[in-house]
Design a binder for this molecule. Sequence first.
Ligand code: ADE
Length: 245
Amino acid sequence: MRLDYLTIFPDYLAPLGLSLPGKAAARGLVEVHVHDLRGWTRDRHRTVDDTPYGGGAGMVMRPEPWGEALDELLGQDPHPATVVVPSPAGRPLTQALARALSTRPRLLFACGRYEGIDQRVLDHAREREDAEEVVEVSLGDYVLNGGEVAALAVTEAVVRLLPGFMGNAASLEEESHEQGLLEYPVYTKPSSWRGHDVPPVLLSGNHAAIAAWRHEQSLARTAERRPDLLHASHVAGEWEVLPAA
Ligand code: ADE
């Protein structure tokens, strides 16, 4: 998978060289390219923003540098890219969306700042042949200063799902959200610690009883913390976030 990031703060994306995506790059599973959007400006001050038409607070990112950057970067690879635009107005990042994105050969993250990117950049990208699709993605119902942190989060959620990345596929299947439920609580040694004991069923060696207990714990946790996840139509709907690759 090829991953491109367009940002005015390339240093913000330094963690891509560490930890999980760094490991994936070292193993040849991903190829990472970080680009400074200001490289596609043409004025002396390398301006990327301007005041909004119609008035209002804040600044909007000008379309020209984005257009030129996309012209250059999208043309660089035979695979059409999925353009991922982090935005508080996007669709929520879910495990199902991460899984769908993990099937794509190429993701290009367009990290906006200020009040956002001129809408025409997205509209134009949606018309391009070298862009497979344009997906606006939100980390949640709160506002960040820019898309970089969200791009890192999406990257981490996606890269760990790439075939060959995680050693143990079973551990992926059991974790929170893969089954539409929150994960059960987990314990390790010692079996008693500061007056708290590991639930005895986990020490029983009875695999059926352990599986039943874990499922029950998952359901109880989900009902208490995220009852919205138990709504069947919601869970089913999540699998329609992107068309099949
Ligand atoms: N940019 C600003 N806020 C954001 C959010 N909540 N999710 C994704 N990108 C953002």
